[in-house]
Write a protein that binds this ligand. Structure first.
Ligand SMILES: [Zn+2]
Length: 485
């Protein structure tokens, strides 16, 4: 969440959601030559969507040295593609989410979270090559649409508040926040990516090794979130459905299996990423598990166990695997009485019942509830407004499927009461985490080295994933390891 109050639209970036991002020609390969769109249109769409995509994923990560490095890898691969003259750009999104995106006509984006997970230059090149493959094959992504909006809580806002900004959002709702490629498109992107890697003399097997890491990361993340057996839709495995088998088949199809002295670049890579921010950037607020702390805006709150926090420029959202949603943001009020604010300003277009005043850690607050329909699903919606400085107000919106409203009532009440302002001294003490590359001291265990990670009892699992260690493998199996401090 950022200081500015650019509201909900900014959270609704479209990855490949425009109708003109067509499924037409495929200059990089075989199939379909019945195009609707020109490459020029692709380029225009990509350039238009890139700022929205970056904004939704934390803005650009500012690190000139890392940026030059990523540019170098990207250009090396793009020059060897079938469309070397496209205006490719290679952006790093300042987000701890692990993902990568391609927009039509050239913009490729990787997240900071993905960069920390890669273990060599060739692994990162594999991701970038795959994304360039989506660009050159001119893949359109299938749209998840409504379901994703519901997940993000945006449709809830529309129903409950009826505001104009949110009505505009509903228009965007036909498009997707995150797009899913088909398996066939993934296979094609892998085949093309493997071709570009081979031509640039990168170790092509890094594509498969990184996919293995991504699989491990998805599993550990699911376990951390209490969602075992499911894949979070923000995870790269959801938007790029791949398996190691299929990637190996793609490498074979690209005839990139036998390489002489290919380049892996592990040492170069570890040198470059030493010191990169890990997890959330404090400028945007930090989630420590279920606790969200914003040193810039000086507040904190804690969501119930099982909820996953997703922080964006516009607001902080959290959801649990069964579809309950929390949306936290800030607004301005014209009413001195927060009860009036809840009933007449915030939820002016909804019939709000049970409006009452209370206090949260000494701050005046008010609450009220309504029933709405979200994507044809009934939801109970509770509003909580807490007084901020001057005319500002902190807002929680809790949306729960009616069958779960009673059981979630107490945990969500605790979330409201967990809200508190931080003192300047408390805020100043909150430091970002950084990735450090160190030699594992002899005798150090995984548990020792995992101490700085923010995942509590899952720290050791995350450490192993970050370092590509098999369960039970000792850290000394690597000459250098990634730790967090
Ligand atoms: Zn893909």
């Amino acid at each position: 969440m950022e200081l500015s109050r650019r509201h909900f639209l900014s959270g609704a970036a479209v990855v490949c959601g425009s109708a003109v991002c067509g499924c037409a020609q495929n200059p990089a390969g075989r199939s379909a030559l019945t195009g609707f769109t020109s490459v020029e249109q692709d380029v225009a769409v990509g350039q238009r969507e890139l700022p929205k995509l970056l904004e939704a994923f934390g803005g650009a990560y500012e690190d000139p040295r890392l940026q030059r490095y990523v540019d170098g890898i990207g250009k090396r691969l793009a020059q060897r593609s079938e469309m070397p003259d496209l205006p490719y750009t290679f952006s790093i999104a300042n987000s701890p989410v692990v993902n990568a995106f391609a927009l039509p006509g050239g913009p490729v984006t990787v997240t900071r979270g993905l960069i920390t997970l890669c273990d060599s230059e060739a692994e990162l090149a594999g991701v970038i090559g795959h994304e360039i493959g989506h660009v050159t094959a001119r893949h359109s992504a299938e749209r998840q649409g409504q379901q994703v909006l519901a997940t993000l809580g945006m449709a809830v806002l529309g129903i409950a508040t009826g505001s104009r900004e949110v009505a505009q959002l509903a228009q965007v709702g036909a498009q997707a926040f995150l797009s899913n490629y088909s398996r066939k498109q993934e296979m094609e992107a892998d085949t093309l990516g493997a071709r570009y890697l081979d031509r640039a003399n990168y170790d092509v097997s890094a594509m498969a090794s990184f996919l293995g890491t991504l699989g491990d990361q998805s599993r550990v993340e699911a376990r951390t979130l209490g969602m075992e057996g499911q894949i979070d839709q923000f995870n790269m495995m959801a938007s790029h459905p791949r398996t190691v088998d299929r990637v190996e088949a793609a490498i074979a199809a690209a005839e990139a299996v036998r390489q002489e002295k290919p380049f892996l670049g592990r040492d170069e890579y570890l040198d470059i990423i030493d010191g990169i921010l890990f997890g959330d950037d404090p400028k945007q607020g930090i989630a420590f598990g279920t606790r969200f702390v914003h040193p810039g805006l000086r507040f904190e709150f804690t969501v119930p166990d099982g909820f996953r926090i997703l922080n964006s420029a516009a607001n902080v959202m959290a959801r649990d695997p069964e579809g309950a949603i929390i949306v936290f943001d800030m607004a301005k009020t014209r009413s001195a009485d927060l009860r009036r604010y809840v009933a007449n300003e915030w939820a002016a277009n909804a019939r709000v019942s049970g409006v009452e005043a209370f206090t949260v850690n000494g701050l005046p607050a008010a609450t009220g509830a309504t029933r709405g329909t979200v994507n044809n699903q009934p939801m109970d919606v509770r509003f909580v407004a807490i007084a901020g400085e001057g005319a500002s107000v902190y807002r929680f919106m809790f949306a729960t499927p009616p069958g779960r409203t009673a059981s979630l009532s107490e945990p969500l009440r605790r979330t409201s009461y967990s809200f508190r302002r931080l003192s300047a001294a408390e805020a100043a003490r909150i430091e970002p985490l950084r990735l450090r590359v160190v030699r594992p001291p002899s005798g150090a265990t995984v548990a020792d080295l995992a101490q700085g990670l923010p995942y509590g009892r899952f720290n050791a699992d995350w450490f192993s994933v970050l370092n590509g260690l098999a369960p039970g493998e000792r850290p000394q199996a690597r000459d250098r390891v990634k730790v967090v401090a």
